[in-house]
Ligand binder design. Structure first.
Ligand code: AMP
Length: 191
């Protein structure tokens, strides 16, 4: 199964992705995690991405499209994958379509987690408290920026994937277990 998990920062994409990894035996491809690893290792990509990420802005499409394409070619993606945090712009979604076409594969489903902004802010403030702001971009100012970027650049993807017929929306404001059950429901229906 090849799927995208879509939703604003703090929607619970990471938590749900971890469960899907277990249940379906497919890897989670988180561009945020890949970029943070590149920053930590001070690779050329990491050096380019560091300041942009700390400001809560988006890294250039070229960089993320290239790292996702390379990652999909790895052996563990042969049976599918979960894209988490990618695509984040309509341009990236177009690039993904092209990339998958060239690889001779396609997407099965796009799962959107819907959560109101007020709840997201409370959740991320909690994550900052619990982790002591372990992520360089987990702070109040960057959070507001990341939410603005989501609404301006990523939310248009919801219509993009609705138009392809691949979109399934799940209420991300339920408990973690309820969200998980709803996600399982749409995945069973879609596979
Ligand atoms: P995330 O862990 O998904 O919240 O991503 C953290 C940060 O990494 C974002 O705020 C962006 O700066 C960068 N990033 C992650 N994925 C992408 C992407 N697909 N396109 C551009 N920037 C990204």
């Amino acid at each position: 199964m090849r799927m995208i998990l879509l939703g604003p920062p703090g929607a619970g994409k990471g938590t749900q992705a971890a469960r899907i990894v277990e249940n379906f035996g497919i890897p989670q491809l988180s561009t945020g995690d890949m970029l943070r690893a590149a920053v930590a290792a001070a690779t050329p990509v990491g050096l380019k991405a560091k300041d942009v990420m700390e400001r809560g802005e988006l890294v250039s499409d070229d960089i993320v499209v290239a790292i996702v394409s390379d990652r999909i070619d790895e052996a563990d993606c042969a049976n599918g994958f979960i894209l988490d945090g990618f695509p984040r712009t309509v341009a990236q979604a177009g690039a993904l379509d092209e990339m998958l076409k060239e690889k001779g594969i396609g997407l099965d489903v796009v799962v959107e987690l819907t959560v109101d902004d007020g709840i997201l802010i409370a959740r991320i403030e909690n994550r900052i408290k619990e982790t002591g702001g372990a992520r360089a971009d987990d702070n109040a100012e960057t959070l507001k920026k990341r939410l603005d970027v989501y609404h301006a650049q990523t939310a248009p993807l919801i219509d993009y994937y609705r138009n392809t017929g691949l979109l399934k929306s799940v209420d991300g404001m339920q408990t973690i277990e309820e969200v998980a059950a709803s996600v399982d429901g749409v995945l069973k229906a879609g596979t």
